[in-house]
Design a binder for this molecule. Structure first.
Ligand SMILES: [Zn+2]
Length: 382
């Protein structure tokens, strides 16, 4: 299988550097490091301290006043997995601000018991949920092709996750969508994104659809009908952008940690009993059995797995020190997700040696070296 030059493909710097404040490296696509060697996500956190969130909340209230329905019909869509973050958004909108959210869930590839239970608890706490499940056979094929061609088994799933709520909003004539945080700002991207209130469709395209057009998927044997939930709805309303996708994290001070406490209290959210493989946390992205493979492929390509992302975040929020973060990354970041490996192979109809071939296709050789039989990071965080 033809090897991919990941450094070139994602336009990554050859010279690997780690942020002086957190544990993220300059290998995260689109992240920016300043002269002091600090990443844009850490700088955004400092910047957030200066934001007047009281003022932002007033701005939110004005926006909601404009859209709030008077007869109880839905007035906004909240894309929601039943996880802590979207549960917080939906619950505040309904119970603090008197909105009437329709929550839209894009089904994971394979529900975990805890994920299904959390969605049901969320549903029970007063929310209508539309659950989108595209054809399973198509989803499985897409996962396999995305893994081979994009080095991320979840890429096609993410298209649907982003676009399905838009499709539903348009169908119900709802003009307001609330997504959670602005990931580009919160986790490291261009500082230009810091004050973004919402993501225009053009940006969606830049971030999610780079290099892969509809024709690409048709060439892989999918039909247009099979892909209807995975591509922007082909409608005038969509082209005219009559519904806007706002970041809730623009208006309210966003914290994964406090969202967790909020959702535990208000929507019956429960963390997992065990930590997720590849990290030390028990409450992040726990609804999908196969999500750990999305994280593991990121590790191959960019040299950082879920533990790095979790630790970087908790360092910024002040829950752990950088030193503790570094130790956690050394302990968990490169752990292979073996718990659901068999299920992943069955799902994608891959043999084990085919899986490893694809993995090696996407391994970034600028970041990994072989020691005996084992691949190790060339530049572990220090
Ligand atoms: Zn940083």
């Amino acid at each position: 299988m033809e090897k991919i030059d990941v450094t070139e493909k994602y336009n990554l710097p050859k010279d690997v550097k780690f942020c002086k404040k957190c544990v993220i490296s300059n290998q995260r696509p689109r992240i920016v490091f300043d002269k002091e060697g600090v990443c844009s996500a850490c700088r955004y956190f400092e910047y957030k301290d200066k934001i007047d969130f009281k003022e932002r909340e007033e701005e939110l209230k004005k926006l909601l006043d404009k859209h709030r329905s008077k007869n109880g019909t839905y007035d906004c869509v909240v894309p929601s997995s039943g996880g802590k973050d979207s549960a917080y958004v939906a619950h505040e909108l309904k119970y603090k601000y008197g909105m009437h959210p329709l929550t839209v869930t894009w089904s994971p590839l394979k529900y975990t018991d805890i994920g299904w239970q959390n969605l049901n608890n969320f549903n029970d706490s007063g929310f209508d949920v539309i659950l989108g499940m595209p054809q399973g056979d198509v989803k499985k094929k897409l996962t396999r092709v995305a893994m081979i061609e994009m080095g991320d088994p979840f890429q096609a799933f993410i298209y649907g996750q982003v676009l399905f709520p838009v499709t539903i909003a348009l169908k119900f004539g709802i003009k307001l969508i609330f997504r959670g945080e602005n990931a580009e700002a919160e986790y490291g991207g261009s500082p230009e994104s810091w004050n973004k209130k919402y993501l225009p469709m053009e940006e969606f395209k830049k971030v999610w659809f780079s290099n892969y057009t509809l024709d690409f998927w048709l060439d892989k044997g999918f039909t247009k009908e099979e892909l209807s939930f995975f591509y922007p709805p082909m409608s005038k309303e969509f082209e005219n952008k009559v519904c806007d996708s706002y970041f809730y994290g623009y208006f309210r001070n966003w914290s994964n940690h406090s969202n967790f406490y909020y959702a535990s209290k208000h929507t019956g959210f429960k963390p997992n009993e065990r930590r997720t493989e590849g990290t030390y946390t028990k409450y992040s992205s726990i609804d999908d059995k196969l999500d750990t493979f999305h994280q593991w492929f990121a590790l191959l390509k960019f040299g950082h797995g879920r533990c790095t992302a979790n630790a970087a975040r908790e360092i910024r929020e002040g829950y752990i020190t950088r030193e503790e973060g570094v130790a956690l990354v050394h302990k968990y970041d490169t752990e292979f997700p073996k718990l659901y490996f068999k299920e992943f192979l069955e799902y994608t109809k891959l043999k084990e040696d085919e899986f490893w071939d694809i993995a090696e296709r996407w391994r970034n050789h600028n970041l990994w070296t072989k020691k005996g039989n084992e691949w190790v990071k060339k530049y572990p965080v220090k």
